[in-house]
Design a protein around this ligand. Sequence first.
Ligand SMILES: Cc1cc2nc3c(=O)[nH]c(=O)nc-3n(C[C@H](O)[C@H](O)[C@H](O)COP(=O)(O)OP(=O)(O)OC[C@H]3O[C@@H](n4cnc5c(N)ncnc54)[C@H](O)[C@@H]3O)c2cc1C
Length: 345
Amino acid sequence: MEKILVLVHVDELGGALPKIAMETLATGEELTKALGSTLTIGIVGADVEAAANSIADCGAKILGVVGPEFAHSRYASDAAALEAICRAADPTIVLACGTSRFARVMAGVAHRLGGEIDTHITSVTSTDRTGVGRWFYRQRIEAVLERSPRPWFLLLDGGVHEPWRGRAGVANVELVPVTLPDLRTNVTGVRAPKTDEQTIRPEAKLLFVAGAGWTKKQRDGQVHTNEAEKLITDFLRSSGASLGSSKSLVEQSGENQAVLKFMTHMNQVGQTGSTPRHPKGLSTCCHGEEPHVVGWRFIRERRAVNLDPNCGWARGKADVLYVADAFEVMKHLNALVAERALAMI
Ligand SMILES: Cc1cc2nc3c(=O)[nH]c(=O)nc-3n(C[C@H](O)[C@H](O)[C@H](O)COP(=O)(O)OP(=O)(O)OC[C@H]3O[C@@H](n4cnc5c(N)ncnc54)[C@H](O)[C@@H]3O)c2cc1C
């Protein structure tokens, strides 16, 4: 019989479990029920009490590795912690949340346990045999994989399963001792941009895409880059949307053309960019060519604003295309959002 282990860690603030951990737990619970097997949860963090209490209702055995050495991501301490939990739980299938912290360490842990690993898992099914879904070739082909060797480690992508929603309570955490190796890396803190400066927001409900049109000559024969920057940043601030870009726009900085200063290659969506998973998307000044739109695969409701009624979005790639000037549309939209914010005070 399979034995399922779900591996999670507390969030950067050190208290709660991140959303992706709840999604992994829900997947693990579903798989456990389908296989009629047993579920164990392993949590890593400086203090895991609050995190364990938040999932007390799941009824699974909870193992914890606790201590200041486990507050932050570091290969040596995380690998030792996860190895210790795996040896204590002795699982056949390990579901781990695919955060950057676990992504860097999980293959090493699988190797230490003599197991095998698959990453970027988007679904776990168990009819006759357990199979897992994974996208290939820039999200164009979906495959279902099976493996016989155990333990089988699966690193789950975020946003592909509803999060676990049970009641909190008082959980009993069994602490697992860890023998740490010599730690060469000392984590002195985290330096990150302020939240409102962060333009990539994976949890946002809306993806706002800016294309190269924002920096092109407009009807008056002039470029309006400063106005474009203000319209876009005002909208991002008031809506909380995540910012995506076309390839053409992010590449302009290398070509000495007018650029939007906050845009980097990290924002690029598409075949050679990212494939984000927001429920809604709004594209502006972007032509909607296939290499870009392939990155919208998981965006369920799509709207676009383009001056060109024959742009790519018009060819079945958007649910709604507004044939309009994005400068005017965004000015109007920002005014509406500001009005609504005022009404709510
Ligand atoms: C191998 C390969 C991989 C690629 N990978 C990617 C990728 O990952 N991501 C990606 O994005 N692209 C990718 N591309 C490039 C892609 O094919 C397009 O060239 C690119 O997406 C075009 O960007 P754009 O639509 O912003 O610019 P443009 O094609 O220049 O379009 C600008 C649009 O803005 C509109 N516009 C201008 N002013 C306004 C206004 N005031 N209001 C409304 N609309 C306005 C215009 O009508 C036009 O449609 C790839 C190409 C190749 C060959």
